[in-house]
Write a protein that binds this ligand. Structure first.
Ligand code: CMX
Length: 474
């Protein structure tokens, strides 16, 4: 699969230069960059080269086409959540309404085949996706291993963050704990320190990169500490194994030893990572980052957005809804009773969680891949059967409603059921897993934002009176 609108990096083969200069962008000063080979395992070095090349490409493109008009804005779009407004640059991924997400041009089935997997495993290693999102290149096994090692080496938390997590009340939602812990980790921000030290803005992306890697490394430790505190009597998360991959360390810290659960987590952390730039968590991270808030603060902002029920919290909402359904209708449900339950939800002014999307117009490929995983590993699990029945019953009803633009399931309709199968029953925790994964995408984009010298974001807002005057309504 190949899309017209994907970034120029990705599948396109970019000729390698032996030596190159970081020429800067938008008036940024030139910084010399060292030689780097194509098979280098030095992610930062490889990225520096890509950035240098892409900065030139963007500079030339903007000087040739900067004033070109690319669309119109309607009054409805201004009131309607800016749907369809092309107003952001995000290099890491592109969301096609019919085909779904493409990470640097690669669809989910493609990355599932092409990214390196762990020894004895089949699912992609999310570290590999991080490499791809950042550089546009599919990494080798050695490159992925190098990322796993760095992540394992930075997984420890500052003691004040551990103390804070251990003192949170058990009724504080896991997502609030997650976001607060990320915010408090900014004592470690190398970007904030460099900024205070007055570094040249041409180097901002480098400090952002250093922070991002450390932040991604710490997220499983934060998430596992929350899990153990809330659901496992505060038992120890154990030690990080520097020979294990990011997901294997995460599942072991959570206290899960089934290799299939680790495989699930590798898939889960890969597919939830990025969904272009306009979704709430990506956009919030980008927006806050545009004020040069450090990566910890920027990511925490994104997580506060992910915690909304119309976005990432929908994976929790789906399970709550399905549990309610089972309680009311029992284990085996007829299609007719299921239809009645869906209509009851809609008539009471609620949404059917896990269905619909602001951009997608077909079944989410992230749903499909989870369905495939389930067909392989848990085909007879009653909850999976129920989710499959819901998949059959809900879309025609949403279509009948007449206003829903996409009646098909999204990623959140499926994820919780698989977690339930593996024994992770705590549904209010599910969005934290989504958050750990989302860091791979939004942190990659933040690095690119800084590399391209994107300015502080400041769209123009209007009053209704102002809009009326603008269109001649008054
Ligand atoms: N159930 C009931 N009504 C729905 C619906 C659903 N699943 N999806 C959309 N609608 C309704 C909207 O609420 C809206 O109604 P009003 O005109 O009365 O306000 C109407 O259909 C048109 O909405 P839309 O243009 O199709 O969808 P939006 O782009 O406005 O919203 C989304 C997209 C995801 C918020 C919406 O589909 C929804 O609320 N889905 C359920 C929650 C969910 O699963 N969210 C997770 C999305 C994926 C993610 O971010 O993780």
């Amino acid at each position: 699969m190949k899309y017209n609108s994907v970034s120029h990096i990705g599948r396109r083969v970019v000729p390698l230069m032996d030596r190159f200069l970081f020429e800067g962008y938008g008036g940024l000063a030139a910084v010399p960059v060292r030689h780097i080979s194509a098979d280098s395992t030095d992610l930062k070095g490889v990225l520096a080269k890509k950035i240098s090349e892409h900065q030139k490409r963007v500079k030339e493109f903007r000087s040739a086409y900067g004033p070109k008009v690319i669309g119109e804005i309607t009054v409805d779009q201004v009131y309607g959540g800016m749907r369809g407004l092309k107003s952001l640059v995000t290099e890491t991924s592109y969301l096609d309404p019919d085909e779904g997400i493409a990470f640097r041009g690669y669809s989910i089935p493609e990355i599932r085949k092409a990214l390196p997997s762990a020894a004895g495993g089949e699912e992609p290693l999310p570290e590999g996706l991080y490499w791809l999102l950042l550089t546009g290149d599919l990494p080798s096994e050695a490159q992925v291993k190098a990322v796993s090692k760095i992540l394992a080496s930075h997984a420890d938390l500052p003691s004040h963050v551990v103390t804070m997590l251990n003192n949170f009340p058990s009724n504080l939602h896991p997502m609030s704990q997650f976001s607060a812990a990320v915010t408090a980790c900014n004592t470690e921000s190398l970007f904030a320190k460099a900024y205070t030290d007055g570094v040249n803005k041409a180097t901002y992306w480098e400090h952002t990169f250093d922070d991002s890697l450390r932040l991604i490394a710490k997220l499983p430790t934060i998430a596992a500490t929350i899990y153990r505190n809330l659901y496992r009597d505060g038992s120890s998360i154990g030690a990080i194994d520097t020979n294990k991959d990011w997901s294997a360390n995460f599942t072991s810290m959570l206290g899960y030893n089934d290799p299939k659960f680790t495989e699930l987590m590798r898939l889960y952390l890969t597919i939830h990572s990025d969904h272009e730039g306009g979704n709430v968590s990506a956009h919030a991270t980008h927006l806050v980052g545009s004020a040069l808030s450090d990566p910890y603060l920027s990511f925490a902002a994104g997580m506060n957005g992910l915690a909304g029920p119309l976005h990432g919290l929908a994976n929790q909402e789906v399970l709550l809804w399905v549990t309610k359904l089972q309680k009311e209708l029992g284990g085996e449900v007829s299609d007719d009773k299921l239809k009645d339950f869906v209509w009851k939800t809609l008539k009471s002014g609620q949404v059917v969680p896990g269905y619909g999307h602001a951009v997608l117009r077909k079944t989410d490929p992230r749903y499909i891949v989870q369905r495939e995983f389930s067909l392989k590993h848990l085909p007879d699990y009653p909850l999976f059967k129920l989710v499959s029945q819901i998949f059959k019953v809900v879309p025609p009803i949403l279509l009948e409603l007449g206003k829903v633009k996409n009646p098909w399931p999204n990623v959140d309709a499926h994820s919780g059921v698989i977690l339930q199968y593996f024994g992770m029953k705590e549904m209010s925790y599910y969005t934290v897993l989504f958050g750990v994964s989302r860091a791979l995408g939004v942190m990659s984009s933040l690095i690119w934002d800084r590399a391209l010298g994107l300015p502080i974001e400041r769209p123009k807002s209007m009053t209704t009176e102002g809009l009326q005057k603008l269109v001649g309504a008054t």
